[in-house]
Design a protein around this ligand. Sequence first.
Ligand code: GLN
Ligand code: ZN
Length: 763
Amino acid sequence: MATSHCVGFPRIGKFRELKKATEAYWRGDLDQSALMAEGKRLRSMHWRMQQDAGMDWVATGDFAWYDQMLNHSMMLGAIPHRFEGNVEGQADNLLDTQFRMARGRAPSGQAAAACEMTKWFDTNYHYIVPELHQGQTFRLTSRAVIEQTIEAQEQGFNAKPVLIGPLTWLWLGKVKGESFDRLELLDELMTVYGQVLAELAETGAQWVQIDEPILALDLPQPWLQAFESVYNRLQTPAIKIMLATYFGGLQDATTTVVNLPVEGLHIDLVRAPEQLLSELDRLPAYKTLSVGVIDGRNIWRSDLSAILEQLKPARERLGERLWVSSSCSLLHVPVDLDSEERLDEETKSWLAFAVQKCEEIAVLGKALSGDNSDKTRALVALSDAVACSRRASRRIHREEVQQKTDAITPELMQRHSPFAERYSLQREKLKLPLFPTTTIGSFPQTKEIRRQRSLYRKQQLDRQEYLESMQQEIQATIKRQEALGLDVLVHGEAERNDMVEYFGEQLDGFAFTEYGWVQSYGSRCVKPPIIYGDISRPAAMTVDWSVFAQQQTSKVMKGMLTGPVTILRWSFPRDDVSQKTSCEQLALALREEVTDLEQAGIGVIQIDEPAIREGLPLRKADWPEYLDWAVNCFRLTAGGVQDDTQIHTHMCYSEFNDIIEYIAAMDADVITIETSRSDMQLLDAFEEFEYPNEIGPGVYDIHSPNVPEREWMKQLIKKAAEKIPPERLWVNPDCGLKTRDWPEVEEALTNMVQVARELRAEY
Ligand code: GLN
Ligand code: ZN
C-alpha cells in the first residue's frame, strides 16, 4: 500500500473551539487545567479525523496554543529576557510565557512588548518572529512535541512528529541588537534539535518530518550549503527523517536536497508539478519520496484520475517508497466540509476541506497500490464526475464575462491625460488647501454597529430598518468629520463587515461558507470567500451609500472600494483559471463601480490595495510577471474616469524600495501609505525614484490607542516635506480607524487637523 499522510492538520477545531477556549482563558473565564483539557480533546479529535480518513500516519507536534514557530522558540528556550521575570512570586509558566511573547500579556507574568509577527511565506498565516542575538544559547525548554507524540501513541495512533527545521527557524528569526551572521547560532541550535530527536526516538517514533520550506526561496549559497552539515548531524539512530519542502519547487537546490542524508523527501507537486521528473531521476535508490499532490492551500476537490496518471511513473519506479500527501500543511484550509449546511449541493460537491483532503490522499494511496475494490473505484469515478461537472458548469463559465476580458486593451488601462494635467484640473475642481487632510476610510465599528448587523443577519431587523440605522451612523460620522475640520470626508464604512466579504457578497462568482475558518494568527481566524466562477457585477455595490453620504455635506466625499488584487488575495481563488484571469474579471467589475460613482457625482474615489505586496511570489524571478498583471488590473479598475476625478489608493506595509517602479506605474493620483512607525524613512524610496504623484504618508500609528502629539506629527510632516514637495503631500493617519474608539479618534484627528493648519501658514 502506498503510504498516505498529511503534512499537518488544522488545530483550531471545526467550530473554532481552540479560539474560544484560549480567549476564555485570557479573559479569566477558563482556568489553565480546563484549557489544557480542551487542547488535549482537540488533538485527539484531529488525530482521529486523520486516521478515520485513512491516513497511515497522523501528524503530531503541529498543535499550537498560538503559533508553531513560537512553539519552536519555546522548545529551544529562545525566550527574550524581557519575558523571563515572574510577577510577585507568582509561578510563571511556559504557557503564559508564550502568550506574553505573542500578545504582550497573559493571565500571569509581567506584561512586556510583544514579539513581532509576520506572514508565513506567501500565506495569510502569521507567525511570531524569533528574536536572535549574538552569542545566544539554546536549551531544550518545552517538550510539547515529545509529550504530544507520546499522547498520540498512548491513544493508539501512528504518530509522525513534525518539526520546523533548524535552518527555517533560524532564517525566519530576526537579529536584535548588533548584527551578526545568524548561521553562527547553528551549532548551539543543533544540540537541542539532536536532543529532541533522541527523545522522540525513545518514544518509539519511526519517522520524523522536518519542514524546511525556505528551500522554496532564493537562498544565499552559505545557507544552502549549511543543509548538508545540519542534516548530517541530525542523523539519529532509529529515526528516519522526512525532509519536507513546500510552497514551491527546489530549483537550484535540487541536487543538494536529494542527496541529503535523510531517508525521505517531501515535495510540493501542486505548486511545482514539473519537479517530479527531475527529482525521480536524481533520487538515490534508498530514499522515500512523499509527493504533495493534494492542494493544502486551496479548497477544491482534486481530479484524482489526473493525479494517478501523473504519479504512474513514480509508482513504477519507487513502489512502496512512494508516499502520497498534501502539498503543505492543511493548516491553510478549513477543517470539515460536512459542517456546511447552507452551501448548495453543486458548489459543495466541488469542494474539499482538510478532512476531505485526507480522504482524497487515502484514495490515491489505495489506487496507486492497485486496489481495485468497488469502493476505491467508485471514489475515483466520483472525482471524475465532479471534475467534469466543474468543467462544464454554466455557473462557472460565463461567455459574456469572458468576452469582456477578451476585449481588454491597453487603452482601457490608461487615464486620458498624464498626471501633471490631471493634477491641476483636480486642484481646480476640488479646491483643496495645501496639506489636505483625510482619513483612510473606516471609522470605529462600534458595538452598536455590530449589534445592528447581527440583528439584521438573524432577521430580527428588516432590510429597511438596517439601512436606516447604518445611514444614521454615516450621518453622525460625517457630522463629526465636519466638526473636526477634515478636508476630504469618508462615509466611514459602517455598513461593511469586512472589506473583501462586503464586495464578494454582491458579486457573481463568489460563494460563502458558514464554518470555513482558517487561522490567521493566534486565536484570530478568517473566513475567506470562495471565487468559484467568472466574476461580474449584477448591480452597483456602493453607489447608494456614497451618494447618501455626499448629500449630507458640502465637503468633498471620497468613495471607497477594495481593489481587485486585494479581493483576489483574500479569497480562495479558482484553480481552473489563472489568478490573472480572475483579477481581470474583478477589475472590470470594479471599473463599472468606479464609473458609476463618478456618474453619481463622487469626484474622489479610493481603491484600496493593501494586499499587492503580500501577493509577491516567493522567488524574485517571478515578481515581474505578477506585478505586471497586478498593476494592470489596478489601472484597468481606475482607468475609466475623467481627468478631474481623483483616484486614491491605499497600502499598509513597510517596504516599497524593491517595487517602487510598479507602485508608480499604478498611476493613482494620490497614494496613502503606512509610514509613521518608520519615521518617514519609507519615503526615501519615493524620493529617490522621483515618484511624481501625490502622497499621503501616514502621520500616526492607528494600531496603538495612544493619542499622537501635535509636535511629533508636525516633525514627521516636515520630514516628509524634505523628501516630497509640500504641494504634493496629504495629511492622514496610517490606516483605517475601525478598530479604535471614538474618543481617541476625535482627539487624534483634532491634533492632526490642527497641525496641518499650522503648517499651511508656514509653507
Ligand atoms: N479602507 C479600509 C479601512 O479604512 C482600508 C483598510 C486596510 O488598509 N486594510 O478600513
Ligand atoms: Zn491600511
